[in-house]
Design a protein around this ligand. Structure first.
Ligand code: PEP
Ligand code: MN
Length: 266
């Protein structure tokens, strides 16, 4: 497979205020108070570089909370103004892209349920033509490296060079301790094919529970992944989505303190 992606280093588009790069925030923006309060606590840890929140939530089955919608952009913006944290949001349609851009979102990401669909990815890519914004592409739900690469190529061909991949694990029929199998080999293969591509690990969606987060996070750091996206909530027990895997900002801070970082080679 020949890969020719034009990629800028992560350092050109995100200011890492504390190593490793941590992108954190709730799975879903639920209320303005929940989002803003969580953002302030994350900022106070001094260890979070980017605030994330889902406002358009692609749920596997109908009848569940599908995101607060566009109003969440205003809440994210308030959190940004008050904390100074750049904000990241998931987009799944051209309209999401347009609204997020108009609202001053700093980083976009494409979710696992969108990466599987080339039409969806192309629609997002077309909406990004002529725009200079960082985009992170989660791996597809299924363990198909080509779909992941294809999505990265489509976004890159639209002119987006501030690009990263997010490794969030893969759906499997097998019984497992994980919500999504890490299948580290796929992320390693991507790194081999595109050495310049930053890969950020998302232990939250791999684990599906809080308990395994430190183990998966450390493994990702040991594999030289360039950051972690970890879901956090002011009160995970009452979270509207992904309650079992979210952590409080203080638990996040403690977990980060436990990470062993590789010393830069001299
Ligand atoms: C999320 O980040 O909350 C999310 C929906 O993730 P994924 O696309 O990895 O399932
Ligand atoms: Mn989630």
């Amino acid at each position: 497979m020949k890969l020719n992606l034009n990629i800028q280093p992560l350092s050109s588009w995100v200011k890492v205020t504390h190593e490793p790069l941590i992108i954190s925030g709730p799975c879903s923006a639920e209320t303005e108070e929940q989002l803003v309060a969580t953002a302030h606590l994350l900022k106070a840890t001094g260890k979070v570089s980017v605030l994330r929140a889902g406002i358009w939530k692609p749920r596997t089955r109908p009848g569940e909370f599908e995101g607060i919608g566009s109003i969440g952009l205003q809440w994210l913006n308030r959190a940004k103004q008050e904390t100074g944290l750049p904000i990241a949001v998931e987009v799944a349609t051209a309209k999401h892209v347009e609204e997020a851009l108009a609202a001053g979102v700093d980083i976009l990401w494409i979710g696992a349920r969108s990466t599987v669909n080339p039409f969806t990815v192309q629609e997002i890519a077309d909406a990004l033509k002529g725009v200079d914004i960082p985009v992170m592409v989660k791996n597809p739900i299924n363990p198909d490296l080509s779909l992941w690469i294809g999505a990265l190529e489509r976004i890159n061909q639209a002119g987006i060079t501030k690009l990263a991949a997010i490794h969030r694990g893969f759906s499997s029929f097998e019984k497992s301790a994980f919500r999504n199998e890490p299948m580290w080999d796929l992320a390693i293969s991507l790194k081999t094919l595109v050495p310049d591509l930053p890969i950020i690990n998302d232990p939250s969606h791999i684990c599906g529970n809080r308990e395994l987060l430190p183990f998966i996070s450390q493994k990702a750091l040991d594999l030289d992944m360039q950051g972690l996206m970890i879901e956090s909530h002011i009160d995970p027990s009452v979270a509207w989505t992904d309650a079992k895997q979210q952590v409080t900002p203080s638990a996040l801070s403690e977990m980060i303190d436990g990470f062993v970082l590789r010393k830069p080679e001299s």
